[in-house]
Design a binder for this molecule. Structure first.
Ligand code: ADP
Ligand code: ZN
Length: 525
């Protein structure tokens, strides 16, 4: 088939759009001219056209490497409908079908070929590619090459072979998620040193970011959905399969049309739930992060996290699935003390060397910083991607600025309680008991251990239990207190505790919304 050599004609005639968006035109012209490119564009920004149009305009077949096998069929069908001859090669084809595709490639009868990376790297596939004419290589979801990222795919490391075997064929790597570090890693591992980088704004102005303190998360979630997104399509992310199931059940019982999605479901069940989510209105998908990559549903009105994501990149990627149509959408996250404890524990227990753990720790700290900030969430989020903006006016901290309070004295009380227990009694305890001591509560445990005789007993009865939990959470978030996981989640001082105890630092904390606390206390039996 012959397409116009002019990218704009192709955009209009084949894809039916009037004009390019953002960087598209510059990227396309660069690749059409044979240049390598690294494209950083947020989800929904329009990355696909950046390789599809050059593939049509340049002679030969555009080869697209994508890890999203489940979506290839849909992508190919959509292109076929536009009159573009597209095909894919992955493990879902039987040998006969694969043969047909291979022959079509060699005789130049297709325009675009989608290939799974593990397939591409087989000798058979590489040989096939050398027998035909390749217009360009597009490496989609290029951040999968990053070993530090949450989507690492070892096969991606092998893709440097493309630079070695086809130095004259332009390569375009695309991703929606890249900090400066990830960007460097992509360039390095895919041998894209000479590639021009196209970085779009990562701002998604129509998404309102909100992070609330977690207390009864299922109720909070239900309340959020019912009051703000009744009947809307949305995604709820949870960390574990069990929590996904439980939450989906709960929402269904409360009249929300919710479906579960996680890697423990059968492939058929997953495919069915995904297609219902895509085709029906108002479905809420409760999922682990196994769900969502590459899903192009424009009218997702909210993304809710009931567990804190492990990194800001993950959070950005997941929340970015909301509001792709540009209409207002909400990114809602409930975050609490348990999230900090759990994630620190997961890092401690993860296999991997010290450097790896340190990196995970830094990613977590950045995420915690976003949760605890009293400044604009969007500003903080974009700063993570090296983009500076003014306070946005469309996030919770802009709309209802939280108060900050000087928590230095409270922190000192908590740290001295940990210190005294350790020095005077050689004991370590978890947060709950510590707060009981500070608030002077005569519980059984306090009596058994004679903790009412400690000098710190009752010194903190000026603050509510909730406020103390907030102090504890923020101290953990700032690494001023540490959780000892071998000691069943007991608390210990860190190097950062000393300056606080000595009065050398001032600590400003977020004031917790007491209203939420009061409601939840009433609701509890
Ligand atoms: P990404 O891969 O960056 O997440 P897509 O390539 O899937 O984004 O594009 C997102 C949506 O925007 C798609 O529905 C696509 O058809 C549409 N789109 C892309 N470019 C344009 C354009 N220039 N004009 C209008 N719509 C566009
Ligand atoms: Zn803001």
């Amino acid at each position: 088939m012959s397409f116009s050599p002019d990218p704009l004609d192709t955009l209009q005639q084949v894809f039916g759009y009037d004009a390019f968006r953002g960087n598209q035109q510059a990227i396309i012209e660069h690749v059409v001219a044979g240049g390598d490119a690294l494209v950083l564009m947020p989800t929904g920004g329009g990355k696909s056209l950046c390789y599809q149009i050059p593939a049509l305009v340049r002679p030969g077949v555009g080869v697209v490497v994508s890890p999203l096998i489940a979506l290839m069929q849909d992508q190919v069908d959509a292109l076929l409908e536009l009159g573009v001859r597209a095909a894919f090669l992955n493990s879902t084809l039987d040998w006969r079908e694969a043969r047909q595709v291979e022959q079509a490639f060699q005789s130049g009868q297709i325009d675009l070929l989608y290939v799974a990376p593990e397939r591409l790297l087989t000798d058979r596939c590489l040989e096939m590619l050398s027998r035909g004419k390749v217009a360009l290589f597009a490496i989609d979801e290029a951040h999968c090459v990053s070993q530090w990222g949450h989507d690492f795919r070892p096969e991606y490391l092998g893709l440097s072979v493309l630079a070695e075997r086809w130095p004259e064929v332009p390569r375009i790597a695309l991703t929606a998620t890249a900090t400066t570090a990830t960007r460097h890693e992509i360039v390095h591992r895919l041998q894209l040193d000479g590639a021009q980088q196209f970085v779009s704004s990562f701002d998604r102005p129509n998404i309102c970011y909100r992070i609330v303190e977690k207390n009864e998360v299922r109720r909070q979630l239900l309340n959020f959905i019912q009051t703000e997104h009744d009947g809307d399509c949305g995604v709820v992310y949870a960390l574990s399969r069990a929590k996904v199931e439980e939450t989906a059940d709960f929402l269904c019982r409360q009249g929300v049309q919710a479906l579960p999605y996680h890697a423990g479901l059968s492939a058929t069940q997953r495919a069915e739930n995904q297609s219902r989510f895509l085709r029906e209105d108002g479905i809420v998908m409760v999922a682990t992060i196994a769900f969502g990559m590459g899903i192009d549903k424009p009218d997702v009105r909210f993304v809710a996290h009931i567990d804190m994501p492990k990194s800001v990149e993950g959070y950005y990627q997941e929340t970015g699935r909301a509001g792709r149509d540009g209409a207002p959408a909400t990114a809602w996250l409930a975050y609490g003390l348990q999230d900090v404890m759990q994630q620190r524990r997961m890092i401690d227990e993860s296999p991997g060397d010290t450097a790896f753990k340190r990196r995970l720790g830094q990613q977590l700290d950045a995420m915690l910083g976003l949760c605890e900030t009293v400044n604009c969430r969007r500003q903080r989020l974009l700063a993570y991607f090296d983009q500076q903006i003014e306070p946005c006016g469309n996030c919770d901290t802009c709309l209802e600025p939280p108060q900050a309070w000087d928590g230095t004295v409270a922190a000192q009380k908590m740290l001295s309680a940990v210190y005294r227990l350790w020095r005077e009694r050689n004991q370590r305890f978890g947060g709950g008991h510590l707060i009981d001591i500070l608030r002077g509560k005569l519980t059984d445990r306090v009596r058994q251990n004679q903790h009412e005789t400690l000098t710190v007993f009752g010194v903190g009865n000026d603050l509510s239990e909730q406020a103390w939990r907030g102090v504890l959470r923020q101290l953990l978030a700032m690494n001023i207190l540490a959780v000892d996981h071998e000691g069943y989640g007991t608390l210990a001082l860190t190097d950062a505790s000393r300056p606080v105890l000595k009065g050398e630092t001032t600590l400003m904390f977020r004031r917790e919304a007491e209203k939420v606390g009061r409601q939840s206390r009433v609701a509890k039996p």
